[in-house]
Design a protein around this ligand. Structure first.
Ligand code: F0G
Length: 456
């Protein structure tokens, strides 16, 4: 069947304010051609991120009322902890307000002189990299070669290069406090990591006596890809695939704003008692008491309920299929997309779509601007506008010029997806007329969030 069955009914709706192209041209000019500066009420379809933007279920809204806000020993914490342990068999669960707080706490408890250390990962997410680098750690990316070619169709493009991992540990084991794997590999296109790859990494870690940590934001999407694509998993429930994968790890960090359908949340979970004790001491200093961390009781309830819902395979089928659907349709009308479709987002290769716009005139940003003007769609540039400024002040093109359309969970329908495709048909028709941009003002760091631009 071609129609995607959305396995839910809509009980509460948020109206979308309609705008005309003329209005959007004016709004974008006022926002200095930076989509981060737009007011979200002026966006028709907001694909800036899938983080914290999910629609909660009736059971989650009901769970909010059960939230117990006691400072210590709240039943909400124990329900949260039980839900986490049901999927992720770790001894200690430490709640944080979001993923980057868990990363910060993990960084702060690493033994030894961090300024000499190296942490390998398939691809570090920005905040993970920033936390490690801030402690002087060399955050090393080690995704397989297949993962670097946007057009190559390969089932597990998020896999870690195990040969490179073994070579690093053979040479520099003393400098590596832990090994990390990100599932799905967000910065590499939301591509999954196979069970065999995690098992292989675990074997190497055991040989060198290193803990393996999983950066787990989109664990359920990753598990569903394993069910679809990895031999031997077709008949396994997603819940069991998740448990199997995490039983190979020594710990996890997670942003609870993605695959738990929550607007806020995260945690660090681990087996090592000594590390856990240090982490709790740090948690009290920076987030809160260990039975609430950075969260209110109602947030803990919401995550606990979301974890029960995310492993529902009717939902995961709809989720993965809707990203595939948009990717296939864009591909069919000549938009160069990253293949195969990832778990949470569609990635467009703006370099090959707009070859007449030089990298330092930001083809990805030009496409993001066109998406908003033509159809009120907001996506994020991941290219030279985001990464071009070098620490020495010079500017150089990024490796890729991508635009990410990240899909919030349970929020948009197939007809809204069809609307997006129609908008892209118009952009494709006019693509030779799209212009690059120049930056008229930029801050000293993370320029993509606040820079001002103007079209050339
Ligand atoms: N790890 C991964 C793989 C992520 O995708 C994110 C967030 C984090 C860690 C940090 O978690 O936001 O809860 O502090 N990704 C969001 C995104 C922001 O848009 O991809 P956080």
């Amino acid at each position: 069947m071609k129609t995607i069955f959305e396995p839910f009914r809509i009980k509460s709706v948020e109206p979308i304010k309609m705008t005309t192209r003329e209005e959007r041209e004016k709004l974008l000019k006022e926002a200095n051609y930076n989509v981060f500066s737009l007011k979200s009420e002026n966006v028709l379809i907001d694909l800036l991120t899938d983080s914290g933007t999910s629609a909660m279920s009736t059971d989650q809204w009901a769970a909010l009322m059960k939230g117990d806000e006691s400072y210590a020993g709240s039943p909400s914490f124990y329900r949260f902890e039980a839900s986490v342990k049901d999927l992720f068999p770790f001894k200690h669960v430490i709640p944080t307000h979001q993923g980057r707080a868990a990363e910060q706490i993990l960084t702060s408890i690493l033994p030894g002189d961090t300024s000499t250390q190296i942490i390998p990962n398939n691809t570090h997410f920005d905040t993970t990299r920033a936390n490690f680098e801030n402690a002087g750690i060399n955050a090393l990316d080690m995704v397989i070669e297949e993962g670097k070619d946007p057009a190559l169709d390969y089932p597990f493009k998020g896999n870690m290069d195990l040969v490179a991992l073994e070579a690093l540990l053979a040479k520099e084991a003393d400098r590596v406090p832990l090994v990390m794997i990100t599932i799905t590999n967000n910065a590499g296109g939301g591509q999954p990591v196979s069970m065999a790859n995690v098992r292989g990494a675990k074997e190497i870690c055991e040989k060198y006596n290193k803990p393996l940590y999983i950066d787990s934001a989109r664990f359920a999407e990753n598990a569903y890809f394993i069910k679809l694509r990895e031999e031997g998993y077709q008949d396994k429930p997603v819940r069991d695939i998740v448990r199997e994968m995490f039983s190979l790890a020594d710990g996890m960090t997670i942003s609870g704003k993605k695959d738990t359908f929550s607007n806020m949340g995260g945690w660090l979970a681990l087996n090592d008692d000594e590390w856990a004790e240090k982490a709790r001491a740090r948690l009290i200093m920076t987030e809160g008491f260990p039975t609430y961390g950075g969260l209110s009781g109602r947030d803990l309830e919401c995550v606990a309920q979301g974890l029960k819902e995310i492993v529902d395979e009717d939902y995961l089928k709809y989720r993965i299929r809707s990203i595939q659907y948009i990717t296939e349709k864009l591909d069919a009308i000549g938009v160069p997309v990253m293949k195969p479709a990832g778990g949470h987002a569609v990635f467009i290769d703006a370099k090959s779509m707009l070859p007449n716009i030089p990298a330092l005139q930001y083809p990805g940003q030009s496409l993001a601007v066109a998406m908003y003007i033509y159809g009120g769609i907001r996506g994020a540039e991941i290219g030279s506008f985001m990464f071009g400024r070098q620490p020495d002040g010079s500017e150089k093109p990024a490796q890729m010029e991508l635009v990410r359309l990240a899909m919030p969970r349970r929020v948009y329908t197939q007809s809204q997806a069809d609307y997006m495709i129609e908008v892209f048909e118009e952009i494709v028709r006019d693509k030779d007329q799209l212009r690059g941009l120049e930056i008229t003002w930029e801050p000293t760091s993370l320029r993509h969030f606040t820079s001002k631009l103007k079209p050339l």
